[in-house]
Design a protein around this ligand. Structure first.
Ligand code: NI
Ligand code: MN
Length: 225
């Protein structure tokens, strides 16, 4: 499968079977995204929470592509009220979709939508596709149950925020990676705005010193995993 990074927390996964999955598609108002919302297509949109820098262009893409939005219960109800297809889930629950399995995990963060109409719960995403487990933590601070997630899942790729201020900074992100012990980590949620400036190469140096491979992706870069 392929993973493309648009910057911030926005990724696209394209499976070998051709399923197109977007995660947190914050594109048009994202100063670092190399693509606009009308340049990407999706069959499924996975959301970690309702903040504008994650909800992003979900509604316009979901309407244009008739994509199914998959997220926490209150946010799913909010999206359904806006006329798009949504699948309601909640933390601790998993479900088998045509592309693979999604399980929602805890995240220490808020989730109000930009219009302040929906106050749900922030989550992370455990995504199992073609026997590979991808863990997108969403926005979160460090929490010790990351160790349980790592113990129970053989994680091939972990996406972890390093930008500080709203989420973990570099040192806590390194500790999160030690808890989860993924095969490879991709840093995210940095350098989008002045308040979350962080050096991904400094993170890479620190986390690789702990024995965990780190891949810093260019904004727009696509890799195969
Ligand atoms: Ni947030
Ligand atoms: Mn955020």
């Amino acid at each position: 499968m392929k993973i493309r990074y648009f910057s911030h927390s926005a990724f696209q996964i394209t499976t070998d079977e051709g399923h197109r999955i977007l995660i947190d598609p914050f594109l048009d108002n994202n100063p670092t995204s190399p693509v606009a919302a009308d340049e990407v297509d999706a069959d499924f949109i996975l959301l970690t929470h309702g903040h504008g820098d994650h909800l992003g262009d979900t509604l316009s893409i979901a309407r244009r592509c008739n994509a199914l939005c998959i997220c926490e219960n209150e946010l799913a109800n909010y999206l359904a009220s806006k006329g798009v297809n949504a699948h309601n889930m909640h933390i601790g629950g998993g479900f088998d979709f045509p592309f693979g399995r999604v399980k929602l995990t805890q995240a220490l963060h808020g989730s109000a939508t930009p219009d302040n109409l929906c106050h749900g719960t922030a989550t992370g995403l455990l995504i199992t596709i073609e026997d590979a487990v991808i863990y997108h933590t969403g926005d979160t601070g460090l929490f010790s149950d990351l160790k349980l997630i790592g113990d129970d899942n053989d994680i091939r790729v972990m996406m972890v925020p390093i930008g500080d201020n709203f989420t973990m900074g570099i040192d806590d992100a390194v500790k999160a990676c030690e808890f989860v012990n993924p095969d490879r980590v991709i840093p995210m949620h940095y350098n989008t705005f002045p308040v979350i400036q962080a050096d991904p190469e400094a993170f890479k140096t620190k986390v690789e010193a702990k024995g965990i491979d780190c891949q810093v992706l260019e904004f727009g870069q696509e890799i195969s995993i």
